[in-house]
Design a protein around this ligand. Structure first.
Ligand SMILES: [Zn+2]
Length: 179
């Protein structure tokens, strides 16, 4: 840190103090050359990117909105509040560590789907069906197939394309769209 009085790059830290909540570090410094004193403040620069929506408008990232949309997908699913919170935190941290000024809402959607896929397949499909409108039919079918097959069973041979495209939610016989 250069001395603001004489510009000398050699300054000594004479005192270091954190504020009560530990968010700011205050340092007293002394210039080795002109002996003048000054103070510097150190803060963590945590910035969330702005969200660019599909229509091009920009908005602040809102973790509450994110949580609400995930809660909707997880309705009546056996996923704890703690697990949801940790997923929300995971996504938020990811957004911060990206260090970008802007992120698109589809990019956030992808992060959400990644977390939901890990948490609960049904919630994942609910979310994806709304978010992506299942433009990727093959992916939809493969997730449906995963849900139909208990993990212990060996994987079935790939079915024909015709059969795969017939794998609609109605055929699953579970509570997929019971909401
Ligand atoms: Zn100086």
């Amino acid at each position: 840190m250069k001395c603001p009085f004489c510009g000398d790059p050699n300054t000594q830290v004479t005192d270091t103090r954190e504020n009560d909540d530990g968010e700011v570090v205050r340092r007293r410094r002394r210039c080795v050359r002109c002996d003048k004193r000054f103070t510097t403040y150190e803060r963590i620069d945590l910035k969330l990117p702005h969200v660019v929506k599909r229509n091009g408008s920009r908005t602040e990232f809102d973790a509450n909105k994110l949580r609400a949309s995930m809660e909707l997908a997880l309705r009546k699913r056996p996923v704890s509040t703690e697990a949801l919170e940790s997923a929300v935190e995971q996504i938020t941290t990811r957004l911060i560590t990206l260090g970008e000024n802007e992120i698109t809402s589809p990019q956030i959607g992808e992060l959400v789907m990644k977390e939901l896929k890990r948490l609960d397949k049904v919630a994942y499909i609910r979310y994806a069906s709304v978010y992506r409108n299942f433009t990727d039919v093959d992916e939809f079918s493969s997730v449906i197939r995963e849900m139909q097959q208990p993990r212990q069973q060996p994987r079935q041979q790939p079915r024909s394309r015709r059969e795969r495209s017939a794998a609609t939610p109605v055929d699953t016989g579970n509570d997929l769209f019971d909401h």
